[in-house]
Design a protein around this ligand. Structure first.
Ligand SMILES: [Zn+2]
Length: 373
């Protein structure tokens, strides 16, 4: 069992406590009097809630400001960034990426652990959590997995990237090992969409679709500001067919987008070992590379058009390793999309997020789950 310091989950069960905490978190520096004004809670209630949050190490005093009425100085409060941490995990084909975030969402530790053949994925996950936790007080963990999740029972049902049999019960293993910590299992693409909204350039956006092109091809769907999971398999964008006469995919469908637009598929088509190598070929006007990227862009444009026709998001954000190709991919993708779509100039752009969007989105999702109203 992992060693974790006592959690705050008991303390923050009360909704007023969460309300006050979020207010302090959002405002940076705020006085008890202002909290009283904004929340409408009594001065005594605010004082006792703040006292409890301070005793738990989540909030600290951060200076004084002059009160304009009595001339007395009002003590300001802020979140204690190292009062608790969140771990975000991005579980990929061959490795587990783990980031620990402080309460203010700064990334404090990052590691990557290989998935070793013959070893249970859950053991690798616990090892990665242990490495980034380093005896810090972990409040929540989110595991982002590429696959279909039974959201009622927190089980991985299927995945074309992971060994689904092995990874099926990772939630149960991790939550049993960390009984005081909030554990969440989510599809990785949904977490990317959430990170785009929370940390991207378009904070106000409510409906967006983020397309993630790496080992696989997935889409995260955000509707009315919330991740849309469907019954657990929404966003399996890679398994939209773009050629019903095409090759059979392991999902059962024919001509899946993932077979032509995932990074391994692109590298196979172009006889390249890495995206950097492919980029060099494109820069040198290599015809074979150009044709392969242009056919990938076309397949993606048809896929994006299906999304737009169904959901009509405000934005389509493209992320993942595919971004290495820059305008070599984005330009023909936009061009082809404009030729086939009902509405022209739909905003398709690359993600500008720095850091890993799966772990960032995961940290924010578990923060909201713990401190949400
Ligand atoms: Zn498929």
């Amino acid at each position: 069992m992992l060693e974790v310091v006592k959690s705050s989950q008991q303390l923050i069960k009360e909704s007023n406590m969460r309300l006050v905490f979020r207010l302090i978190h959002k405002n940076g520096c705020i006085s008890r009097a202002d909290i009283k004004k904004i929340t409408g809670l009594s001065a005594t209630t605010v004082s006792s809630l703040v006292e409890a949050l301070m005793a738990d190490g989540l909030v600290e005093e951060c200076g004084v400001k002059d009160s304009n009425t009595s001339g007395r100085k009002a003590v300001l409060l802020q979140v204690c960034a190292d009062g608790g941490y969140f771990v975000g995990l991005d579980i990929r084909k061959n490795r587990i990426v783990a980031d620990a975030f402080a309460l203010d969402f700064t990334s404090v530790f990052h590691t990557e652990v290989p998935i070793v053949k013959g070893q249970k994925i859950a053991m690798g996950i616990l090892h990665a959590i242990g490495m980034v936790s380093r005896n810090r007080r972990i409040l929540g963990v989110t595991m982002g997995v590429p696959g279909v999740i039974d959201t009622k029972n927190n089980r991985l049902l299927s995945s074309t990237v992971l060994d689904a049999e092995d990874a099926r019960d990772v939630y149960q293993t991790v939550s049993e090992a960390m009984p005081d910590v909030r554990v969440i299992l989510k599809n990785n693409s949904g977490l990317v969409a959430y990170a785009e909204k929370e940390f991207g350039a378009d904070e106000q956006v409510k409906n967006l679709v983020s397309i993630d092109i790496d080992d696989g091809v997935g889409a995260g769907i955000l509707i009315d500001g919330k991740i849309y999971d469907g019954s657990g398999m929404a966003g399996e964008f890679g398994h939209i067919s773009v050629d019903f006469n095409g090759e059979r995919c392991q999902c059962g469908n024919y001509g899946c987008l993932e077979l032509v637009a995932s990074i391994p598929a692109i590298l196979r088509k172009t006889d390249c070992f890495s995206m950097d190598e492919l980029l060099k070929k494109l820069e040198a006007n290599d015809k074979k590379a150009e044709e392969a990227v242009s056919s990938t862009a076309k397949a993606l444009a048809f896929g994006v058009n299906n999304i737009v026709n169904l959901i009509d998001p405000e934005f389509i954000v493209v992320g993942g390793q595919i971004r290495t190709l820059g305008e070599f991919l984005l330009e023909p993708l936009k061009q082809c999309f404009d030729e086939i779509s009902l509405i022209k100039d739909k905003y398709i752009r690359y993600s500008v997020l720095q850091g890993n969007p799966v772990t960032m989105g995961g940290a924010k999702v578990v923060f909201d789950s713990i401190f949400g109203i």
